[in-house]
Design a protein around this ligand. Structure first.
Ligand code: FAD
Ligand code: FES
Length: 273
């Protein structure tokens, strides 16, 4: 059982939960994730380790409410418990070969790029970030990114904050103005990550993406998170979750992400009555 120490609402439809998880944070690193169950019968659901405090043994998750389990998590309050949590899972990020990095985050992708920004700053790297959202009410952690990044570019689809347009518009503009990055690290919806890769491929800029495939066991046994990368079968949970974006078969990943849409809709109705 893991106790909820703090609950916050950083954006529309998103909750931030800080949980007691001493054993998990002891070895946690940026890029890794956990799998939790809300109760004994709950499905196993993966979330990125957005932040952690090794001293007090706490772990922070940023959760976008999209279906049954995330809605149940959002209903919990400080002092409540979740049934269990395993991790850290997956491989930590390794950007040791890069000196200048551009982070690109769309929506809940913030949960992955925020710990990167913190770690890269501590390593003395040059880091800029493009944050994208449909509307300003969906932007998260802007102040936190300003502490860790040299430049923070905000893009909203409707122009309610920052510049109007997509993250890829800003990306193209920066590259065309002569800004050079060793690596672009993009995390967000599959379509966004694919669009970023389509831009950077033309300029030959290495691009890393974090794949949020459907997962069950998180140990490479069930095969749910299967992807094709560079023509080879990979499992996001044990081989990733980060991959060279130019080698990911996004068409297959998109098709696999939609496999359970009907079942997920029915399941969510259970909580809404
Ligand atoms: C490595 C990894 C890290 C993730 N980190 C975060 C995070 O930090 N914050 C966040 O809000 N979300 C994160 N996700 C996505 C999150 O796991 C899903 O949103 C969650 O499982 C939805 O469950 P649900 O019951 O609320 O919704 P459902 O109605 O079950 O599904 C809604 C959406 O979530 C996807 N999904 C459902 N079950 C799973 C599953 N077991 N694994 C992965 N995706 C699933 C579905 O494809 C669908 O698009 C991450 C996923 C992965 C694989
Ligand atoms: S989640 Fe089962 S193989 Fe990756």
């Amino acid at each position: 059982m893991n106790k909820i120490l703090k609950k916050r609402k950083p954006a529309d439809n998103v909750v931030e939960l800080t949980l007691e998880a001493k054993d998990v944070v002891r070895n946690a690193q940026a890029g890794q994730f956990i799998i939790l169950r809300v109760d004994e019968e709950g499905e196993r659901v993966p979330f990125t380790i957005c932040d952690y405090d090794k001293q007090n043994g706490s772990l922070t998750l940023l959760i976008q409410i999209v279906g049954y389990t995330t809605e149940r998590l959002a209903q919990l309050n400080e002092g409540d418990y979740i049934h269990d949590l395993v991790g850290p899972l997956g491989n930590p990020t390794d950007l040791s070969h890069a000196d200048s990095i551009l982070l690109v985050g769309g929506g809940i992708g913030t949960a992955v790029i925020y710990p990167q920004s913190k770690q890269l700053k501590a390593q003395g790297k040059t880091v800029d970030v493009i944050l994208g959202a449909r509307d300003k009410s969906l932007l998260m952690y802007e102040d936190e990114f300003r502490k860790n990044c040299g430049n923070v570019y905000i893009m909203t689809d409707n122009g309610s904050k920052g510049e109007k347009g997509f993250v890829t518009d800003k990306l193209k503009q920066l590259i065309e103005k002569g800004q050079r990055y060793d690596v672009v690290f993009a995390v967000g919806p599959l379509v966004m990550m694919k669009a970023v890769c389509d831009v950077t491929r033309d300029y030959g800029i290495e691009t890393i993406v974090s794949m949020n495939s459907i997962m069950v066991d998180g140990t490479g046994m069930c095969g749910c998170c299967r992807l094709t990368v560079d023509g080879k079968t990979k499992y996001a949970c044990v081989d990733g979750p980060e991959f060279d974006g130019h080698k990911v078969d996004f068409a297959e990943a998109l098709a696999r992400s939609r496999i359970y849409v009907e079942q997920e809709k029915k399941h969510r109705c259970r909580i809404r009555g």
